[in-house]
Design a protein around this ligand. Structure first.
Ligand code: TPP
Length: 643
């Protein structure tokens, strides 16, 4: 694996100036050392190994031709920013702890380094942001370069296309790198992907590429590039053929360029640096280059869990680990779709992550991957629903944020029966704030016609999916990342009474109202409170956040002094807020203690447990808070009685 630090070129890179100082002949060694480091760290920690192995040469070339942080790189999604981190002073221990508590984030953050010009984690944002930055530069009269680095799948995002539509008229100087590896997480889809494929193989464009080569060859080295460019431009007015899609949007097309050929990359970047028109360089890269397993299985190694660096085999899960929620959902949806041709599954470029791969394999005619296009996914579902279909949009909680207007304006307002299955509700610990699903209850609870639920286990997830497929309007089901509880799944799913909670344990002094994955926590907490604080504690599995089981809540609140809500969601506007609102509307004065995430962006960390502990949400903290609140109420009651 990696050589001892003193022997490596990489260990001597403290910033971009050191990358520039290397001789061209040293660069292949640097690239190899970077790949070794990427493999070693991601094999241990998990992470976006495939995308990063593909951009090693591209990132080196960017840092040799431009001068970060004065010049600015905006990486789309920013999951391919590991190489950029290694070249901008973040190697060593910090990088070794990639995606772990106290280590480098798996994405780019303005707060992490001055070299991170723009943060991201969601796809399709780079071109818009870069256009804004380039326009700001022009407005204030400075001269730095702004370079957007976008994957081919980023061009399936509406925002990228909206930004392209605005390049003309916004700035004359913008450099866009189209990093084309033909893959999104799964194989890229749609017309744009087909177009890029034709572009990379088209003889016309390959000829243009050779012309750029010829241009460079025709001038002696050492001549000032700016003069060369202007002379060449005068002489070859017709060089840029107004025929690629990008040229129609005002971006001069250069390429395709071999993304693993450092000399070719540097030449094209150098050329683009001197252009006084917006330029798009089409760079062809191999996702996973340097790790055979990743080249052979690009989807698995897009974002991999820890793996054996020699064989690429995933580190096997602990035997007996229950199935993931996503797989239970995928199996259930396939099963429902097989017997009902009206049931359809829709994903925005996440067939494996959402569990929809199973539907794609078993009932392909009822499966749709629309690319990274959540707004379209939801609107498309709305259209399908008007014709009697039962579409299921499988979109992570965090990515559904992007389609909020479609949820309200197109689905809920027309009360269309679209089901939303929101995986990764709660923490995505190693990914951090861009990927935590902590806001969906707040943004959905206020939407009329919505039914919002969260299952306590896998079996209830299947029941909820079945129930939602029978709703007259939109249904939203949230569930967390990772393994379920191991609950056995019934042979036949049950239709759940809408808005009915489930009493799991009767108690007479405190009632814990828990949502979804907090239910098992609540059962443990109840047992401990009874054991250690001598209180009688009941537990309710809320199941529905909207409509909330008001009857049960109010009947309990009439007889117990304390209701505690537990949710894996922000407190502001979440499940506990729904409980408070219901009590307030009934003028019920019962005390409520709400347990949930605070009004902060929660950073990345090694595990859910570590992050919970750092926000006072570890089981001990919750026990303490509830015991204290209970004691406070008792003291208060006694004081009132004494008066
Ligand atoms: C809005 C949104 N939807 C989905 C994702 C999940 N996602 C992360 S990377 C990715 C594919 C990106 O492909 P591409 O832009 O081609 O870059 P590559 O990884 O191939 O370098 C997807 C779908 C996301 N980050 N953001």
């Amino acid at each position: 694996m990696s050589s001892t630090p003193s022997a490596t070129l990489l260990s001597r890179i403290t910033g971009p100036a050191d990358v520039k100082a290397l001789a061209p002949a040293q660069l292949p060694q640097l690239a190899q050392e970077i790949r070794d480091e990427l493999i070693e760290v991601t094999a241990r920690n998990g992470g976006h190994i495939g995308p990063n192995l593909g951009v090693v040469e591209l990132t080196i070339a960017l840092h040799r031709v431009f001068s970060s942080p004065d010049d600015q790189f905006v990486f789309d999604v920013a999951h391919q920013g590991y190489v950029h981190k290694l070249l901008t002073g973040r190697q060593g221990d910090f990088f070794a702890k990639l995606r772990k508590t106290g280590g480098a984030s798996g994405f780019l953050y303005r707060a992490e380094s001055p070299h991170d010009a723009f943060g991201a984690g969601h796809a399709g944002t780079a071109l818009s942001a870069a256009l804004g930055m380039a326009t700001a530069r022009d407005l204030r009269g400075s001269h730095e370069h702004v370079v957007a680095v976008c994957g081919d799948a980023a061009f399936t995002c509406g925002i990228t296309l909206e930004a392209m539509n605005n390049v003309v008229g916004s700035t004359k100087r913008l450099i866009v790198i189209l990093n084309d590896n033909e893959w999104s997480i799964a194989k890229n889809v749609g017309a744009i992907s087909g177009y890029l494929n034709r572009l990379s193989t088209s003889p016309t464009y390959n000829k243009l590429h050779h012309d750029v080569e010829a241009f460079f060859k025709s001038f002696p080295t050492g001549v000032e590039m700016n003069k060369v460019y202007h002379k060449w431009k005068r002489e070859t007015k017709d060089f840029f053929v107004e025929s690629s899609l990008f040229e129609k949007f005002g971006l001069r097309y250069l390429g395709p360029v071999d993304g693993h050929n450092l000399a070719a990359l540097e030449k094209n970047l150098e050329f683009a640096r001197h252009c006084d028109v917006p330029v798009l360089i089409h760079v062809l890269t191999k996702k996973g280059k340097g790790l055979d397993a990743a080249v052979n299985s690009p989807e698995k190694f897009h974002g991999a869990s820890p793996f054996d660096p020699e064989t690429g085999e995933s580190v096997t899960p602990i035997p007996g680990t229950p199935p993931n929620y996503q797989d239970v959902f995928g199996a259930a949806l396939s099963r429902f779709a097989r017997t009902n041709p009206k049931v359809l599954g829709i994903t925005g470029a996440m067939p494996a992550g959402t569990g929809l791969s199973q539907l794609a394999k078993e009932v392909p005619g009822q499966f749709f991957d629309v690319g990274i296009a959540e707004e379209h996914a939801v609107l498309f579902a709305a259209g399908l629903a008007t014709k009697g279909f039962r579409p299921v949009c499988a979109i992570y909680s965090t990515f559904l944020q992007r389609a909020y207007d479609q949820v309200i304006h197109d689905v809920a307002l027309q009360n269309l029966p679209v089901t939303f299955c929101m995986d990764r509700a709660g923490l995505s610990p190693n990914d951090g704030p861009t990927h935590h699903g902590l806001f969906d209850l707040s943004y959905l609870r206020c939407v009329p016609n919505a039914t919002v639920m969260q299952p306590k286990d896998e079996d209830e997830l299947v029941d909820m999916l079945h129930t939602s497929l029978h709703l007259p309007g939109p249904g939203f089901i949230r569930y967390p990342r990772g393994a379920g509880t191991g609950a056995p799944i019934k042979n036949e799913p049950a239709l759940m009474p809408i808005g009915q909670a489930e009493v799991l344990k009767v108690g007479t002094q405190i009632i814990l109202w828990a949502l979804g994955n907090m239910v098992p926590e609540a059962l443990k907490l109840a047992a401990r409170l009874e054991r250690e604080a001598g209180v009688s504690v009941g537990v309710v599995n809320a199941r529905f956040v909207k409509p909330l089981d008001r009857n049960l809540l109010l009947s309990q609140a009439a007889v117990v002094p304390l209701i505690v809500t537990l949710e894996d969601h922000v407190l502001a506007g979440g499940f506990g807020s729904a409980v408070l609102e219901a009590l307030q509307e009934a003028h019920c004065p019962t005390a409520v203690e709400r347990i949930g995430w605070p009004d902060k962006f929660v950073e990345h960390g090694s595990s859910v447990e570590i992050l919970r502990a750092s926000y006072g949400l570890a089981p001990d903290d919750i026990f303490q808070r509830v015991s204290d609140r209970w004691r406070g109420l008792q003291t208060g009651q006694k004081a009132t009685a004494d008066v």
